[in-house]
Write a protein that binds this ligand. Sequence first.
Ligand code: ARG
Ligand code: ZN
Length: 848
Amino acid sequence: MKDASPAAPLEIFLSDYTPPAYLVDTVELTFKLHPTATRVLSRIAFRPNPDTADRTFYLHGEQLKLISATIDGQDANAKVTDLGLTAIAPDAPFIFEAEVEISPSTNTALEGLYMSNGMYCTQCEAEGFRKITYYPDRPDVMAVFSVTIEGEETVKLSNGNDLGDGKWHDPWPKPAYLFALVAGDLVNHPDTFTTMSGKEVELNIWVRPGDLNKCAFGMDALKRSMAWDEKVYGREYDLDLFNIVAVDDFNMGAMENKGLNIFNSSAVLASPETSTDANFERIEAIIAHEYFHNWTGNRITCRDWFQLCLKEGLTVYRDSQFTSDERSPAVKRIEDVIALRARQFREDNGPLAHPVRPTSFVEINNFYTATVYEKGAEVIGMLKTLIGDDAYYKGCDLYFTRHDGQACTIEDWQACFEEVTGRDLAQFKLWYTQAGTPRVSVKEAWKDGTYTLTFTQHTPPTPGQDVKDPKVIPIAVGLLNEAGEEIQATRICEVTDDVHAFRFTGLDALPIASINRGFSAPIILQQDQDNLTRAFLLANDTDPFNKWEAGRALARDVMIRMVTEDAAPDQAYLDALLAVARDDTLDPAFKALVFSLPSGDDIAQALFDGGVTPDPTKIYLTAQTLSQSIAQAMQDTLPRIYAQMQVDGPFSPDADAAGKRAWGNVALSLLTRLDGGAQARTQFEGADNMTQQLSALGALLRAEVGEDASKAFYAQWKEDRLVIDKWFAMQVSFAKLDAAPAVAEALTAHPDFTLTNPNRFRAVFGALAGNTAGFHSPDGSGYALLADWLIKLDAKNPQTAARMSTAFETWTRYDADRQGMMRDALERIKAAPNLSGDLSEMVTRILN
Ligand code: ARG
Ligand code: ZN
C-alpha cells in the first residue's frame, strides 16, 4: 500500500500556485482514540471549484493506514502513494468518506496527532493534518469542521463550541492547519471575559493537575490581550469559548488553532518561584501573539505558505505593540532590535538568507524563520511609519472587512493600504521579495546654516539574488545642538534612491545627528562617528532607542579595538557607563540594557563585516577583561546600586519591578567579579523568586564558584521539568572559554536528558550553539558533538533537528581550520542514512 522508497525532496515554487480543484464545505471527523491504533473517520463534502477547470481529485496523506475510502457511498478506487491519494471524482458536489488508522504514541516527530505524557494532542501547522487523515491540506481550502472524540480521557477538546460528550462544532470556516484535538486527564484554570459588545466568553487554561498553580499569569495576559485587540484594532473575539492547553513536548512556542490554542508548557506556565522576569515577559507576548492570530491568521489566513509573513509578520508586529503598551516601549524596542540583529541579521547575511516572502521551499517548516517573523514585523512597522498611524489603522480596517473569511496574499494586504492612501507601494514591496540587510552609509555636509545628510544604500547579494534594487527606507532623524537640546524633532527621511540627500536649513551651528531613531528601518547604518559623539548621544539623545544604540556602538568599537589592536579597555567608555549608572532619571531596565555587552556572535559578525576573521576565543577573553574593568571602575557604586534595587514585598512580574531586578543583577554579576561570590551566594540562598535565584547562580557559575549552588539548585528543583531545563542550559551557557562541548556532552549522559523532549534538547544544544567560544572550540569538539546529536535527533524529530542546524549557518565567517571542521560536520550530517527532508534541505542550503 505504501511506497517503500523515501520520497525525493520536491522543491515547490510560488510561481506554480494553482487554485484547488475542489473546495470543501463541511468536514465531519470521528476519532476513536488508541495509543497505537487510533481510527479516524472522515466525511467531507466536496464541490468543484468554479474558479478552475481542473478536476484532479488529490488529497494529501502521509503515514496513514487506509482502511476504506468511498465517494458517494461507492468504493473510491483510490490510488495511494506515500504522499497522498487520488481518485476519479464527479464534476458535481459529492461526499468523500474515509477511515484511516494512525499511531499517536509512536509519533516522535510531534506533528499530526501525537502523545505527550499520556495526553493526546495535535500540531497541524503547516502540513501536519495530512498525518491525521486524507485531506486537501492547503490553507486556501477553508471548511466548517465538526468533531467527535471517543476515548476514556476525562477531558476531550477540539475547536469551536463544546456540544458535550466529546462532540465539537466550529462555525468558522478554517484551513486544516488550524484543526486541533486534545484528550487527557487535565484540569482547568477557568475565567471569563466580556467582549466590547457585551458577549461573555468562557476562558480556560488546561494543564496537568500539578500545574494548576502556574496558570494565573497566563490567564491575566489573555484577558489583557483580548481587551487590547478591541481597543487598538477594534477586533472582538468570535466564539463563546477560548481554550488554551499546555503541552510538555512541543516543537515550537505555541499554536493558534481556532478556539483551542496549544502551548509549549514553557510558553504558558508561570509562577514567581519557577519563572524569571524574562519568562513572564515571553509568556505574556506569546499568549498575546496566539490570541491576536484569531484575526490575523484565522479569520483571514494565507492563500499558500509563501504568504506566511502575511499572518506571522503582522501578528509579531501586533504582539510587539501590545508589549510596548503594557510595559516600556523603549525597553521593548531595544530588546527586539538585539534579537533581530542576533537572529535575523545573522540569517540575512549567511547562506540561509531568503526574502520575507520566499519563492521556493522543500520543507515549509524550515521557513518559520526570523526573517519571516521578525523582519516581517519590521516591514509592517516601516509601512506604518511611512503612511502614518491613521492610514495604517484605516488600511487594517479595510483589510479586515474586505478579506474576512478569505485566504489572502501580500498583494491583497498591500492593496488595502494603496487604496486608503492613494500611494503606490510597488517599491515598498521589495522588502518582501528581496533578501538581505541593506547597508546604508551616511555622509554629512555643513554650509551656510544648511546641514545635509546624504544616504547611500547597498544590499549585498544573497543566495539566488545577485542584484538588488534600491528600497524605500524610512530613516527617522533628529538633530541636537552642543548643549544636548533637540533642535530638529524626529523627521522621516524617505530614502528611495541609491543615493539620496536630505537638507536641514536655518541652523545656527553644526548639529549632532541622531539617525535611524527607534530603529525605524532594519538596516546596517554605516556612519563615521567618533566615540566622543557616541558618548555625547548616550548622554543626551532624546530618542531612548538611539541613546542606547550610541552606547552599543561605543561598546562594539571598544571591544573590536581590544580584539584587533590589543587596546586597553577605553576610559571614555567606562566614564560614560559610570554616568549612566549615576543618572537617577533613567529607567533601571534601560541601564541594565546599556550595561549588557554585545554578544560574542555580534562581535564576530561585526569583525567579519569589517574584513577581519573572528577568533571566538579572543572575543571571549576580551569580554571578560572588559567586564572586569567595568566592575573595577564601578567598585564604589556597585554596593549602593545593588542595595537600591532590592524589591521588597510580594513578587510582581510588572515592568518596574523586573527592571529593578535586572539592574540589581547587573550590579550583582559585576560585584561577583570583585567579592569572590559572597553577595551572590547570599542572594542565591535567600531568593524567593526564580529571577533572583537564577541570576545569582549565573554570577557564581561565571566566577567558577557555582558548583555547590548548582547541586543545590538541582536538588531543589528536580521535580520541575521547566526549571530543570534552565539548570541544563545554565551549565552550558556559563561554561568558560572552550569548555562548553565537554559540559554539554556530560549532560547528555545525565538521567534527565532525553531526545524526545524538544525543550530539553534545546536547553543543552541551544545553549551550546549560543556559547560562541565553546561551540567554536578550536579542536572542533563543539561541531562534532552537535553533528552527532542532530543525526540522532533527526531520526525522531526532523523539525527540531533542522531548526537546530542553524548553529552552523555562520561557518564561512571563520578561519580555514574551523571552516574545514564545520564543513566536515555538515557533510557528515548530509551523508547520514535516512536523513529527513527537513534536515537535508537545511544542510544543503548551509553548505551551498
Ligand atoms: N503559527 C505558530 C505561531 O507563530 C507557529 C507554528 C510553527 N509551525 C512550524 N511548523 N514551525 O504562533
Ligand atoms: Zn504566529
